[in-house]
Design a protein around this ligand. Sequence first.
Ligand code: ADP
Length: 478
Amino acid sequence: MARFEYAPAPESRAVVSLRSSYGLFIDGAFVEPVDGGSFNTISPATEEVLAEVALAGAGDVERAVAAARRAQREVWAPMPGAERGKYLFRVARIIQERARELAVLESLDNGKPIRESRDVDVPLAAAHFFYYAGWADKLDYAGFGPAPRPLGVAGQIIPWNFPLLMAAWKLAPALATGSTCVLKPAETTPLSALLLAEIFQQAELPPGVVNILTGDGATGAALVARRDLDKVAFTGSTEVGKAIQRELAGTRTRLSLELGGKAANIVFEDAPLSQAIEGIVNGIFFNQGHVCCAGSRLLVQESVAEGVLDALKERLGTLRLGDPLDKNTDIGAINSGRQLDKIVELAASGEREGAERWSPSCAIPERGYWFPPTIFTGVAPSQRIAREEIFGPVLSVLTFRTPDEAVQKANNTTYGLSAGVWTEKGSRILWMADRLRAGVVWANTFNRFDPTSPFGGYRESGFGREGGRHGLEEYLDA
Ligand code: ADP
C-alpha cells in the first residue's frame, strides 16, 4: 500500500537557552565544585557537546548534605504542611508553564523522541508534584499514625532513562513529608535536573531543601558512603543497587532500590489482538526500551503466535527512527555509546545461542548512537536474551500453551518488577495477577503510570515503593 511521505517536523530548539557550563546546585545557588572537576554532556543523537557540567566530589557532597540537614531542621520540617504544599503546587505549575522547554531539553540530552518527553515525561513529572502537594497537609490521614514525622535527609540517585521524571518521583514525596534531599542525576543526562533547580529558584523554594549534585558513579558512591543520611533512594542497575545495599547493611540509613527487570508481556489467544500489538510495541519500544519495567519478553499463546508475529512485524515496519526532536519520530537515539555496546553485545549473543533475529529495514543516521527495533524468535528460556536485561529496543519472543505454562515461564526470572496480561476474560486476569511475581501487573495495557499508583519490585528488582500513599512511607519516620 502506498504511504504518504512524512515531511520533517522538528520542534524548535530556540525555547531552550543552554549555558556553556553549569555549577552544582547547593543551598539554593549554583556554585563551583570544591575541587573544580567537570565533564561534558552530549546529545546522543548527534554527539554534539551540549554543555560542560560540574563534577561533584566528596567535599561537595559534604556541603550539600550539611545544607539539606540545616534546611530540614530549621525551615522545612517546622513549616506547616499546607505551606510546604504551596511550594510543591508552585513547582508543579512552573513545570507546566515551562513544559516545552523541559521537553526539548530532555530530548536533546537523553535522545528520547519529543513526542514522549512532551506527552509522557513532563506531564507526569508535573502530576507527581501536584499529587504530593496534595498530601503535604494531610499526612495525619495517610495511615501512618496520627502525626507522622519526616524522616530527615535523603540521598537520591537516579538513572538516565527518565531523567526529569525520576527526579520528580524521588523529590516530590520526600518534600511533601518535610524531608529534604540531595539528588544525584546520571552523568549522561544532567541537564533537566539543572533546569529543575532553576525552577526551584523561581518557586523560591527555601535554600537547601533540594540540592543537586551532578557527577558520575564516584559522586553517587561518595553520597552513599556518608553515614549521616537518613535514607538512600536508588534507581539504576541491579549491580550498583547490590553494591549500595552491601555498603549500607548494618547502618541506620534506610534504603529503597528500584532496579532492573525482565518483564513478561503475556498474550492469550482470546486477547484483542490489534490492541495487544500496540501494547507490545509500547511495552518494549517506548523510550528505545530504556525502561526497567519494559515488556522485554513476549509470551504469546502458541495458537496465535504466527498471526501476532506477522502483525507485529508489519507494525514495526511503520515505526520511524531518527531525530528525537522530530515530532513524527517513534524511536530516538540510544542514550550513550556504552549502552549501545551493551545492546549490540547481548543481541549478538542471541544470534550465537540460536535465536532468530529480525528488524525492519530502516535507515540509521550516520552520527550518534542508534539501534533498530529488533525481534528475536525461537528464544529458549536459557538464552541470555531471555534472562538478562537488555535495556534496549530488543524483544525476545517465547510461546506457551496453557495458563500454567505462561505463569511458570513469566516467573522464570530473577527479577520481579512488572508484567502484562492480554486476555478478554476478567477472571483470567485476576488468576494471572495472583500468580505473577511482579510489583505491577498491567491488564490489557502496558507501561501505564499514574502518581496515585505505587510502583516497585521484588526479588532482584529491588524493594520499596514510589508513587501513591505508599511512596510517602519511604520518607516518614513512621
Ligand atoms: P547504568 O549502568 O544503566 O548506567 P547505573 O546503575 O550505573 O546504571 O547508574 C544509575 C545511577 O547510579 C547513575 O546516577 C550513576 O551515576 C549512579 N552510580 C553508578 N555507580 C554508582 C555507585 N557505585 N554508587 C552510587 N551510585 C552509582
